[in-house]
Design a protein around this ligand. Structure first.
Ligand code: SF4
Length: 644
């Protein structure tokens, strides 16, 4: 058998890019060639061509009275018959297409713009104002739309202008709620959090990172909404408060056709059919767009947002980049606020990497996000001291915090597929940081972005800078994300499980790159990982978290040999190494961490600890420092395995 040589990493990424592009094209071709796609395109073409050509070709003939052909049935001369003034109904139906579709689109545009502005305002306003606006939207949506439209039509006056305004205003709450919901889902994404880390203001984040990402579903819903407005407008004209003679739309023609339905049923059937075909055209187009989008948008877990903690200010050491004392993070629980982080103290100095480890729910990510001011708006943080790169997060004005943290703090998130804005070219995203913080020209910012992409080992950076994130592999996206951090002057890098979503070979490259960045910039780093081997290998010190507290801090080099807390020892013991007997089952930690609502009075680890005593169950041990390490345990294990 011939062994093929391994494919180099860069080449593998190119192959992956080509595969992604081919898959996207194939998906689009598949959707367009389905019966739904063909029907949608045919219906739209039919409506558009008719709306453009019919008034030009037949407007005059459709309005010409013919007293010799009053109220006739279908014939070869008049295929839908004539009305009671002898006018050709078929031609009138075709000519009415432009007005009917135009008015429906105008009403949709008013509702869409009004709704998007109101919905987007909830993302810009403060929490209280946002709640009031949301409640107002919910109340307005609770009214049946057509009743609301009739109400406004009476206020604005009978006629097409009044009807357009009425339908548009009646639709605005619906679009507002849709916009509010979509924005809320996008605001939690990591690239939005990353944009806020860069120090961008709310309006800029909304304009550059949020609205472009909700535009597609909004437009699809607007397209479907136009179909509904077509029907609603016909309804208003049918009951006599829409289009008025001598103008006519399909609703008006339907009204006239119903008057003569016993003489000429086709006179009512024609406009009715036109409404159905045009409504289908809008709805099918919306369905087609939704199908195309189906594979591109997926929900991701909510990412944290800013919530400045309160606390007294005490200065940190000269080279301290993070000083945290008594950090408490409260999250809303079923029966009220619950402490998810319970009095954490941390220090990170320039050039040092602090590893944060612990099981899921131990509070390590919440701690890190509180440090960089990226907690969800529903989460509250309090701290005795919380200083980051020399700034007190409690007392520094928000504008200065945004500017200086944006320049000095870099965050690398877990999932590279959601860390970059999918609708902005990769090169433009780091360039945005340069323009925001360094007041450079667009050209200079782009040049610097290409330079930085090269620095983080993105191959062919000039070409790659013009591509979109979906054209990058996971590892390359993570490198680009690290590059964004390099656009400022990073003094603190927070990497939250930065390699979890990557394959093993790329993991090492990304970790090497983070080490390289830390060494070059002499920045302090917080590395969060559930992988003990990674943390031990890449950190200077390790803080072990359990149930919202730091239970042990020690030098990373001592993690495997000198850990004193039974939990740290159990974590280390649960990781197999070369000496592990493969015939024996892997060691696990019995039981589960306590629920946040049910953290016991004494040591939170007592229920799982083989060394637990009555004292452990009654009193919570404090973190005690000795010889540069700290442990929170009544019976810490000594280096020789003895119990204190
Ligand atoms: S305080 Fe007691 S229960 Fe908690 S880890 Fe130490 S020995 Fe175990």
């Amino acid at each position: 058998m011939t062994m093929l040589p391994p494919v180099p990493a860069a080449e593998r990424e190119d192959l992956l890019d080509a595969k992604v592009a081919r898959a996207a094209n194939a998906r689009l071709r598949t959707i367009v060639s389905t019966p739904l796609g063909v029907a949608a395109i045919a219906a739209v073409l039919l409506v558009v061509v008719t709306a453009v050509l019919a008034p030009m070709l037949w407007a005059e003939r459709a309005s010409t009275f013919d007293t010799s052909a009053l109220s006739q049935g279908p014939s070869s001369a008049h295929w839908l018959g004539t009305d009671n003034l002898g006018r050709d109904i078929g031609l009138r139906v075709l000519v009415a297409t432009r007005l009917a579709v135009g008015l429906a689109l105008a009403a949709t545009a008013i509702g869409f713009v009004g709704g998007v502005v109101i919905g987007a305002s909830t993302a810009l306003a403060g929490r209280r104002t946002s709640r009031v606006v949301s409640a107002g939207i919910d109340v307005a949506v609770a009214f049946p739309g057509l009743l609301l439209a009739i109400f406004f039509a009476i206020i604005f006056g009978v006629g097409k202008l009044g009807a357009v305004l009425a339908l548009g205003i009646a639709a605005a709450p619906w679009f507002a709620r849709l916009t509010h919901t979509l924005i809320a889902s996008v605001m939690g994404r990591e690239y939005v959090a990353a944009a806020r880390v860069m120090g961008l203001g709310r309006l800029t984040v909304l304009r550059r990172h949020v609205l472009p990402n909700v535009a597609e579903p909004l437009l699809i819903n607007a397209t479907m909404g136009a179909g509904g407005h077509l029907l609603a407008f016909a309804g208003l004209s049918f009951i006599g408060i829409g289009v008025q003679p001598p103008d006519y739309d399909w609703g008006r023609l339907l009204l006239e056709g119903i008057d003569n339905i016993y003489l000429n049923p086709a006179g009512a059937l024609g406009p009715g059919l036109a409404i159905v075909v045009a409504g289908l055209a809008f709805n099918l187009t919306g369905e087609l767009g939704a199908s195309a989008l189906g594979g591109r948008h997926r929900r991701v877990p909510a990412a944290p947002q800013a919530s400045p903690p309160a606390g007294r200010r005490t200065p940190g050491a000269d080279d301290a980049v993070v000083t945290v004392r008594d950090l408490r993070v409260l999250v809303p629980g079923e029966g009220g606020w619950v402490e998810a982080v319970r009095g954490v103290d941390l220090d990170v100095r320039a050039g040092e990497t602090l590893g944060l480890v612990g099981e899921s729910g131990s509070g390590k990510s919440l701690t890190a996000m509180a440090v960089v001011g990226l907690l969800p708006i529903s989460v509250v943080a309090r701290a005795g001291v919380l200083e980051v790169v020399g700034l007190d997060l409690a007392t520094t004005p928000a504008r200065r915090l945004r500017r200086e943290l944006g320049d000095a703090v870099s965050v690398v998130f877990q999932d590279p597929s959601t860390s970059l804005n999918p609708v902005i070219r990769v090169g433009a995203q780091p360039a945005e940081v340069a323009r925001q913080h360094h007041e450079v020209t667009r050209r200079a910012a782009r040049a610097r972005a290409v330079e930085v992409l090269g620095q983080v080992h993105v191959p062919e950076p000039a070409r790659r800078a013009k591509q979109y994130p979906h054209e990058f592999s996971g590892g390359m996206r993570q490198r680009a994300m690290i590059g964004i951090g390099l656009m400022g002057r990073p003094r603190l890098v927070v990497a939250d499980e930065p390699t979890t979503a990557l394959d093993v070979t790329v993991q090492r490259q990304v970790l090497d790159l983070l080490d390289e960045v830390a060494a070059e910039t002499h920045s302090g780093s917080i590395l969060i990982s559930h992988d003990l081997a990674v943390v031990a290998d890449r950190s200077d010190r390790v803080a072990v978290m359990y149930a919202g507290r730091v239970v042990e801090q020690l030098a990373a080099a001592d993690l495997h040999t000198s850990a004193r807390h039974p939990y740290t020892r159990a974590l280390v013991g649960a990781v197999p190494d070369l000496g592990t007997d493969r015939d024996l089952p892997l060691a696990t930690i019995p039981g589960r961490p306590p629920r946040l609502e049910e953290v016991p009075v004494g040591c939170a680890f007592a229920a799982r600890c083989a060394l637990a005593t009555d004292r452990c169950r009654e009193q919570d041990p404090a973190l005690e420092w000795s010889d540069g390490a700290a442990v929170a345990c009544w019976h810490p294990v000594s280096a020789d395995g003895g119990v204190g």
